[in-house]
Design a binder for this molecule. Structure first.
Ligand code: GDP
Ligand code: ZN
Length: 457
């Protein structure tokens, strides 16, 4: 079935693109296109832009003046024949062209269907297809880079490496099942333990990137907490002013909480303005301690703000309780005013966590805060982009399953469980990892690798 869709953002724009993919892409293109030199699209114009008009040939009605391009499969995005029509921008013209395309035999594409076809036709593996989705949604340059990295296959490569080790283990196991010679068996258990531990380590390493991956994609969930008048709004505004705010307009997001996206040196923060931290302010008073607790629990980072010019109040103590066990940064603000208490007093109350002194209205201390935020997330960690980063929930789940498999296998190896039982876990592990890249276990693949392994024996 040939599919079609508008591929550019709906709305005012310089041009709008209608994309067609499938067996009938060319014939549909030719059915509605009238070239200026009355030439038809086809191989002669493969991958070239042709100028002309889209015409409803039933009633000879002119729809739009366009550039059109035919791209012959399989060297296209979907690996099918494709036609792209570059219309004048503005929704009416693009919609009319799409309508005509649909009336000429194409079906409206489902969301992601072009990419799905690219996967089904072997152009991309699953993790790469998912990376494209992430790229479209990426909120900062760095998360865009991570998706791009994944698209280029860093995750697929890593997964393949791990699966290759597993395959070798499985092959070893099969040999010892085929030749149940005691010597071979003993060697095998030792080898299996070594390789199994390596597999486990690699899976754990990938899993440990999952949280960072989520942060890169979605932004760090940040809540600013403090009693009224301590300087929360001033702080939020200072952060927004100093850093590039990220404009988002994602359809489908609910608007009952206001979120500000901001980018601090590549770390995207999603600062949640629950019920308006900005206007009505006191989150604890406004939404109640329970809701505040919930909001804090759901966040990745809490910034607690305290006012040095006033005595600590019961509200401050509530906030201290809320942030005690959270990843948090504590700010002592208004240090320009005569102080009622100091950094050390506050420090004692919060288990000796660091306290940052600020005078937000004079711009003092905000750089320290930002540095602290960065340090918290890069501290002791390896370079964040040196390796594959998991940004996708499905990948994470598959990794968790495969970690269970290899852990079970290692346990059984340690307990000298019969080797064919161990093989089951190894195969499951291999299969679960394979689902990340969309490969499936096939007896034929196994056979092929195994036969290679046996060559020369
Ligand atoms: P919020 O209620 O916690 O959001 O506090 P605001 O940001 O609205 O600030 C309350 C008042 O404190 C405003 O008049 C600010 O100008 C003032 N303020 C905020 N930070 C400082 C500071 O560091 N020093 C002084 N002197 N005033 C500040
Ligand atoms: Zn405020």
């Amino acid at each position: 079935m040939t599919i079609a869709a508008i591929s550019t953002a709906i709305g005012e724009a310089g041009i709008g693109i209608v994309r067609i993919s499938g067996k009938n892409a060319l014939s549909i293109g030719n059915a509605i296109f009238k070239g200026n030199k009355t030439e038809k699209l086809g191989n002669k114009y493969n991958r070239k832009l042709v100028y002309g008009h889209i015409v409803d040939k039933k009633n000879n009605q002119l729809i739009d003046e366009v550039l059109i391009s035919f791209m012959k499969g399989p060297t296209t995005y979907t690996r099918e024949d494709m036609v792209e029509i570059y219309c004048h921008g503005g929704i009416i013209s693009v919609k009319k062209v799409l309508e005509l395309v649909l009336n000429s035999g194409a079906r409206l594409a489902e969301p992601g269907e072009f990419t799905k076809r690219a996967f089904l036709n072997g152009r991309l593996d699953l993790s790469q297809a998912e990376a494209i989705i992430d790229m479209i949604k990426a909120k900062t340059d760095k998360s865009f880079e991570t998706s791009l990295d994944q698209l280029e296959g860093s995750l697929s490569r890593k997964i393949k490496e791990i699966r290759d080790i597993l395959l070798e283990m499985i092959a070893h196991v099969e040999v010892s099942i085929d030749f149940p010679d005691e010597d071979i068996e003993e060697v095998t258990y030792d080898d299996l333990k070594l390789s199994g531990n390596k597999v486990k380590e690699e899976i754990e390493k990938l899993l440990s990137t999952a949280d960072r991956g989520k942060i890169l994609r979605d932004g760090l969930n940040t809540v600013i907490l403090g009693k009224p008048n301590v300087g929360k709004s001033s702080l939020l505004n200072a952060i927004l002013r100093e850093n590039r705010a990220i404009v988002t307009d994602i359809p489908g997001t609910t608007r009952d909480v206001i979120e500000e996206y901001v980018n601090i040196d590549g770390i995207p923060l999603r600062i949640v303005d629950t019920a308006g931290i900005r206007d009505t302010d006191d989150i604890v008073e406004q939404i109640g301690v329970d809701r505040a607790k919930e909001t804090v629990e759901k966040s990745d980072l809490v910034i607690g703000v305290f006012d040095a010019s006033k005595e600590l109040s019961s509200e401050d103590y509530k906030i201290i309780e809320l942030i005690k066990n959270k990843k948090s940064i504590v700010i002592l603000n208004k240090t320009d005013l005569p102080n009622k208490y100091n950094k050390d007093d506050l420090k004692k109350l919060i288990d000796n966590k660091d306290v940052i002194e600020t005078s937000i209205t004079s711009g003092i201390g905000i750089d320290v805060l930002e540095k602290n935020i960065k340090d918290m997330f890069y501290s002791g960690e390896v370079e964040i982009y040196s390796d594959a980063v998991i940004t996708n929930m499905r990948h994470k789940n598959q990794l968790i399953k495969s970690l269970e498999n290899i852990t079970q296998a290692l346990e059984d190896i340690g307990a000298n469980v019969p080797i064919d039982c161990i093989e089951v876990d190894l195969k499951n592990c291999w299969e679960n990892l394979g689902e990340i890249s969309g490969d499936t276990i096939g007896e034929d693949i196994l056979d092929r690798i195994f036969s290679e392994f046996c060559i020369g024996k």
